[in-house]
Ligand binder design. Structure first.
Ligand code: ATP
Ligand code: MG
Length: 570
């Protein structure tokens, strides 16, 4: 491609709308332009990067035996009513009426449509297993579209759906997708982890999110330094370590703690450490107050609480709500005799003779014990994991990092097929619902995540497999015909051997050609300029680390082939 003919509008200034680095660089490097909130036009350079990801995804899906199809974006509400999701989905589902006043929506995901296809077309166990996928534009009316392609309202997703006769088959399909996803993200040149996204409510370990590790992720994840373990902070399971203490129960005592409300202040005052105190935290779960007990130096993990009690919504109670529910002023709440359901973290259940608020202003209680002084409704893992906890898988050392979710795989079971009456005849003659799985990759988000992970102060540093062009040739000849001819020859020679090249043939100063080459992040830059006419050499520079070689024009093609292969080698 000739730069002079390409719609590639680079910007020197950083647009004010961009908050994260990938968004800034994608706007500056002419990837896309915003049409309206969360909705972008992909310009040629950005689209080329997206197409690279698509090609890798397509190859790996095909390799795993999935078949590509394409489903409509516009979907009838009645189909969504069959699964109850038309009502349940919430405002992310964009709903509208067509000219005949038929209710419709824009597809944010395609379980209903694919299940409809399969129930019409496939009827026998002999047709199974099957896995169908598409790469397609999705629409979700996100409450907070942001970070450019990272969280758009309109975005490109690969979604695949598997259909099997039984659980064992569905688990095989899941395993194949798990492997395919690992290959996709590895081939994209990304540093990533597969994290367990569900603690096993549907039995087994069949929901994983694929996270690209970056500084600006929206999720905090816990990874083990010693093994493959990785989990979302919210889901990371704390292994119960403490065996119940066999210390004798001491007599309950009320202690005056005037004005002492915060954990460390109470501890200082009483001469104890926070691991001898239990905090009573009140949450509003679906409108009802519940109390959660955690050790003084721990934090409640709301998602774990939510899952334990099966609430749709859980949030920390304001001081006033706590007072309304218990009659206790902030800072002095404890579990003894309060009229709310109490849940204890497993660590608390193993403690003896601990300190809590006395449910009275300026007082705490000492030597409190579960069972003797109050009862709890349940004991469970309810706290946030910390880097001091051992890895739940191997006992090794944990660290925290940010992650960008680029893929999600999920064993669905028969929920959709049952509600939509999608049945097949099994080998035993019985009619059974299909056992399903669904598997998504945020194709446009992958490009953003790749840039979050691969950039420097001068611009993007594309991993070779995702780069729209592998090489850029800068013609710095100006009026010098010999230089221009050499650049042109190199341009066509490189194309001859199948390398994607951008020839910078614009009438621009060398300085801005260098700047743009860096900004665009093309893996290799070839400079054809004065050193050719003076010394007979051309400069080849690797974007990633600035490694530079000067060689004669005849050697350039071979050298680039060698260097590109090195970059692609695992
Ligand atoms: P998130 O928690 O980020 O909203 P999700 O759980 O809603 O993601 P899925 O429904 O599992 O996402 O969709 C599959 C994939 O599509 C995600 O892993 C992500 O990579 C991508 N994706 C989801 N929402 C968006 C969006 N608004 N913009 C870009 N990509 C998205
Ligand atoms: Mg979402």
């Amino acid at each position: 491609m000739r730069y002079s003919q390409l719609l590639l509008p680079t910007l020197k200034e950083t647009p004010a709308e961009a908050e994260v680095i990938s968004h800034r660089l994608m706007l500056r490097a002419g990837f896309m332009r915003k049409l309206t909130s969360g909705v972008y036009s992909y310009l040629p350079y950005g689209l080329a990067a997206i197409r690279r990801v698509e090609a890798i995804v397509r190859e790996e899906m095909n390799r795993a035996g999935a078949q590509e199809l394409m489903m409509p974006m516009v979907q009838p509400a009645d189909l969504w009513r069959e699964t109850g999701r038309y009502e349940k989905y919430g405002p992310e589902l964009l709903r509208f009426h067509d000219r005949h006043n038929r209710e419709s929506c824009l597809g944010p995901t395609h379980e209903e449509v694919i299940t409809d296809i399969v129930r019409r077309e496939l009827h026998s166990y002999r047709d199974l297993p099957i896995n169908l996928y598409q790469i397609q534009t999705k629409f979700r009316d996100e409450i907070r579209p942001r970070f450019g392609l990272m969280r758009g309202r309109e975005f490109i997703m690969k979604d695949a759906y598997s259909f099997d006769t039984d659980d064992a088959g569905a688990e095989v399909a899941y395993g194949k997708m798990f492997e395919a996803y690992k290959r996709v993200f590895k081939r994209c040149g990304l540093e990533f982890r597969a994290v367990q996204a569900d603690s096993g409510a549907i039995g087994g370990n069949f929901s994983h999110e694929f996270m690209v590790l970056a500084d600006t992720g929206e999720d905090t994840i816990v990874v083990c330094k010693d093994c493959e373990y990785a989990a979302n902070m919210e889901k990371a399971e704390v292994k119960s370590s403490a065996a119940p203490s066999d210390v004798a129960l001491a007599d309950l005592e009320k202690i005056e703690t005037p004005g002492k409300r915060k954990v460390d202040i109470v501890c200082d005052f009483m001469g104890i450490t926070p691991d001898q105190l239990v905090k009573t935290m009140v949450y509003i779960a679906d409108g009802q107050p519940v109390a959660v007990l955690v050790r003084g130096d721990r934090e409640v993990e709301e998602v774990k609480l939510k899952n334990l009690i099966g609430a749709a919504d859980v949030e920390m109670a304001e001081d006033k709500a706590v007072f309304d529910a218990t009659g206790v002023p902030t800072g002095y709440l404890g579990p003894v005799g309060i009229p709310v359901r109490i849940f204890a973290d497993q660590e608390v259940a193993a403690m003896r003779n601990f300190v809590v608020g006395a449910n009275e202003k300026n007082y705490h209680m000492k030597n409190v014990n579960i069972g003797r002084d109050f009862e709890v409704e349940a004991v469970a893992d309810l706290r946030q994991i910390t880097t001091d906890d051992p890895c739940p898988a191997c006992g090794g050392t944990l660290e925290l990092t940010e992650g960008i979710e680029v893929g999600h795989i999920f064993k669905l079971g028969t929920g959709y097929s049952e509600s939509m009456q999608a049945l097949f005849q099994d080998s035993d003659g019985q009619e059974k619902p299909f056992v399903m799985g669904c598997y998504g990759i945020g194709v446009s988000r992958v490009v953003a995540a790749a840039i979050e992970q691969n950039h420097d102060e001068n611009g993007i540093v594309f991993p070779v497999p995702l780069a729209p062009f592998q090489v850029t040739v800068l013609n710095l000849g100006g009026k010098d015909e010999a230089i221009t001819q050499a650049a042109e020859k190199l341009y066509s020679d490189l194309q001859q051997v199948g390398i994607d090249v951008l020839l910078d043939d614009r009438d621009e100063r060398p300085g801005s050609k260098f700047k743009d080459a860096d900004l665009l992040g093309i893996p290799f830059r070839v400079t054809v300029g004065k050193s050719l006419t003076k010394n007979g050499v051309i400069e080849v520079r690797r974007r990633r680390d600035g490694f530079t070689e000067e060689i004669s024009p005849e050697q350039v093609v071979e050298l680039l082939q060698k260097r590109l292969n090195e970059e692609l080698a695992p």
